[in-house]
Design a protein around this ligand. Sequence first.
Ligand code: GLY
Ligand code: MN
Ligand code: MN
Length: 444
Amino acid sequence: MIDQHFHAERRQRLFDLLGGAAAVIPAAPLVTHHADCEWPFRQNSDFWYLTGFDEPDAVALLLPHRPEAERYVLFVQPREPGAEVWTGRRWGVEGALEHFGADVAHPLEDLPELLPQYLEGAEGIAFRVGHHPTVEPLVLKAWAAQLERQPRTGSAALALVAPCPLIHRLRLQKTPAELDRLREACRISAEAHELARQATVPGMGERQIQALIEQHFLASDARGPAYSSIVAGGDNACVLHYIANSSVLRDGDLLLIDAGCSLSDYYNGDITRTFPVNGRFSGEQRALYELVLEAQKAAIQAVSPGGTAEHVHNTALRVMVEGLLELGLLSGDAEGVIEQGAYRHLYMHRTGHWLGLDVHDVGAYRLGEHPVTLNPGMVLTVEPGLYVSDRLPVPEGQPAIDDRWKGIGIRIEDDVAVRACDEMACGHEVLTAAALKETADMER
Ligand code: GLY
Ligand code: MN
Ligand code: MN
């Protein structure tokens, strides 16, 4: 379980990276849905990672230049029965001290007055500009005042630095406790996919399937979907971000479902499965499904310490291009097709992304010229797909697509942790293995 010990340790790691810079990390605000209704609150993942505090508008200060008992300061909404009776319980200043490990806590309204004092003496200020419209002017004002006085006082924070690369370097590398939470998110997400496939019959609505999946998320005590569930019958699957989920499932079509849950502590699953609505693949559907599956398995095998996400992508791409050449959906030689990007009307996205507190999780993919090396504890999705439709023009020199292939959209997505070799696994662990994907398992 993620507990306060985890957050305290993450703060310590960040302190080690900050040097003498003071970090100002704001929480997320509430976001309006319409009129005076708000979306359910979603905490900023960086703020959550460092604090575990799940209320809006708070601000955390990490102050390496202050005495030991003043290094972690939280500004929070104070207890206020008149407000809490409408919007729910708040931890308040007392809770921030007692339950969230703050050295010092203040009501949020004191931030404008106290922030300049807390930042006094820092060698730099670590704050992400452009993202926090209420806190940013306070930080810039405090910094400007320090710089004005610097000729007389002889000291000021000279640099405004971005904390994100430091925090995101930490977040990219999951701890054992985080891996356990990701396993749990993947377990629930995989169960939902199994339920959905078993329930699907022609004539059902995409939204009915969505309801079934999201019901399972909530019944399993997840917050709900990690992202808008994609339940896409037939040609809808060729729209990568199809979230309308408003069509009826037709006999003879495939159904692509991309759905995963978000746990109470925000760890996410992200799974895609594709299967025939009526329980039997057509010849064309089967050929493409088996090709995507082969590419996905090869790409998963490429996940291992010392590898790269780029190599994982290139592995999937190579298998799919070779298969498409054999099927006559592409022509030429694999190398040339890949070099020219002449496959992009059929496969137009990358093969995966980091996964964690954000579904498209933070962390660099490249460091300058070099792709980031995979290390044990990193988690990525492996999700090749093929999407055959008229939407994109066929590149010059490539064959026109026969109608029998059109309306087939397939993606197979698993969540994979990079793992050193031990008695349980070697190179990787497929966290979503409980969601079946073999061709025979997709049929009935
Ligand atoms: N569900 C979003 C993605 O697969 O990237
Ligand atoms: Mn994904
Ligand atoms: Mn997905």
